[in-house]
Design a binder for this molecule. Structure first.
Ligand code: NZQ
Ligand code: ZN
Length: 382
């Protein structure tokens, strides 16, 4: 195991009927901006619960944050914050609303240059407004991490940042808020959480990191057991609770400590979303099986371990069987795994490879995934 130092300061408030607890988590006298998306929270009663809990506060609203949130939209919220003297933000929604809120919180305190440079140049965030979250979609882990991914429509770029200043102060995880999720979003969320674990677990590394490995496998198994049940039993509380907590754990930082991380599937997937608007989970379901296959020698020991511990595969050809099992699981969750399923062809492959060439990135835990490797991965996913 490698050396590490780590802190995760996010307070988690988990369970039924917990939204009301936000009233004691937000400093009294705060001017609160409630950020949300396209209105799902109005249809499922979450908005009502948040409004009641915030009745003692001076509140404002900013709605219309889109999936794969736009920089352009975030900047409108920053204007409102400055105009009204808002000093606390409450994000109510999925990863997109939470990510947008992280960027808004940082951009509202940015005093030099264009806040886009936080994303494009990795400019350090020195201050951000405090914010909390009410999570309604288990997937990204954004509720308990410091990262965010923002899209700039104008340039078709989807970029990420992370800062110790952009951890939520608290996150409310009430599994009943997820009963209203469309089937598509349940599938996307399970695939996203699954791939988060894989990015931190399925590497060349065969050092002595038994606890991280076994924690990763526990999260993956939970997703494999409970994911399909959520599709057929949408109001099974325990299934929803297990999925919500597993998704948070998939990307709250703990399983990444002391081990190398990959993240190439995400980086390639972000380009598919930036150019073609695919859902985040869909992009991962396309790329991951191809990436594992391409790197099967480098990652051989961990692939074999994944097959045995998560999918119960012990026979010959365990590596091929495991890659198939991963792909079948994504399909079982209703998320298609080939470019052609989304009407994408050679043109998309060329566009992504060209951008990777421009960026000059070398991806993966060994920094050996070049544009040529990416081309082979994409061709294998036609
Ligand atoms: O906009 P509303 O009306 O709220 O509807 C949303 C949206 O249309 C809907 N939804 C959310 N909760 C619901 C619900 N519908 C019914 N009932 C509910 N309870 O679901 C749709 C998708 O929401 P979105 O927030 O976009 O999904 P998700 O949570 O998957 O977030 C995806 C974004 O997170 C980023 C992705 O790149 C993408 O932009 N990620 C963030 C990460 C992080 N911060 O650590 C890591 C991830 O790898 C990921 O990249
Ligand atoms: Zn993800």
């Amino acid at each position: 195991m490698e050396n590490f130092s780590f802190v995760n300061p996010v307070k988690i408030i988990f369970g039924k009927d917990t939204i009301k607890k936000i009233s004691t988590e937000i400093p009294s006298g705060s001017k609160v901006l409630i950020t949300y998306g396209g209105g799902s929270i109005k249809a499922n009663g979450v908005y009502q619960q948040v409004s009641e809990a915030l009745s003692g506060f001076d509140t404002f609203e900013f709605s219309g944050i889109e999936p794969n949130p736009h920089y352009e939209t975030c900047m409108k919220a920053v204007e409102l914050i400055k105009q009204k003297g808002i000093n606390f933000i409450l994000a109510v929604g999925g990863g997109s609303v939470i990510d947008a809120t992280k960027f808004i919180a940082a951009a509202a305190c940015s005093t030099q240059g264009d806040p886009w440079e936080i994303l494009s140049k990795g400019r350090k965030i020195t201050n951000a407004l405090p914010f909390g979250t009410v999570l309604t979609l288990p997937a990204t882990g954004s509720e308990m991490n410091a990262g965010a991914v923002i899209t700039r429509v104008e340039t078709q770029e989807k970029l990420s940042f992370s800062s110790s200043r952009t951890y939520p102060k608290f996150s409310v995880l009430d599994p009943t808020t997820t009963y209203s999720l469309p089937i598509k979003q349940i599938g996307n969320g399970v695939v996203d959480a699954f791939v988060h674990v894989i990015e931190q677990y399925l590497t060349y590394y065969d050092g002595d990191s038994l606890l991280q490995d076994m924690m990763a496998e526990a999260i993956l198994k939970t997703l494999v057991i409970e994911g399909p049940k959520a599709l057929t039993e949408p109001t099974n509380y325990d299934v929803r609770a297990n999925l919500m907590w597993a998704s948070t754990w998939a990307l709250n930082g703990w399983i990444a400590q002391g081990v190398p991380e990959d993240w190439a599937t995400h980086m390639i997937g972000h380009e598919l979303t930036a150019f073609y608007g695919l859902d985040h989970g869909q992009t991962l379901a396309i790329i991951l099986p191809g990436l594992i296959n391409e790197l099967k020698e480098q990652k051989a020991k961990k692939i074999t371990r994944l097959g045995k511990e998560v999918f119960g595969i012990e026979e010959d050809h365990a590596i091929e069987q495991t890659i198939k099992a991963v792909e079948s699981f994504f399909e079982q969750m209703g998320v298609k795994t080939h470019l052609s399923d989304y009407n994408l062809d050679e043109e998309a492959i060329n566009k992504i490879v060209e951008r990777m060439n421009q960026r000059g990135w070398k991806l993966g835990e060994c920094r050996n995934i070049t544009p040529d490797t990416i081309k082979r991965i994409l061709i294998s996913r036609k």
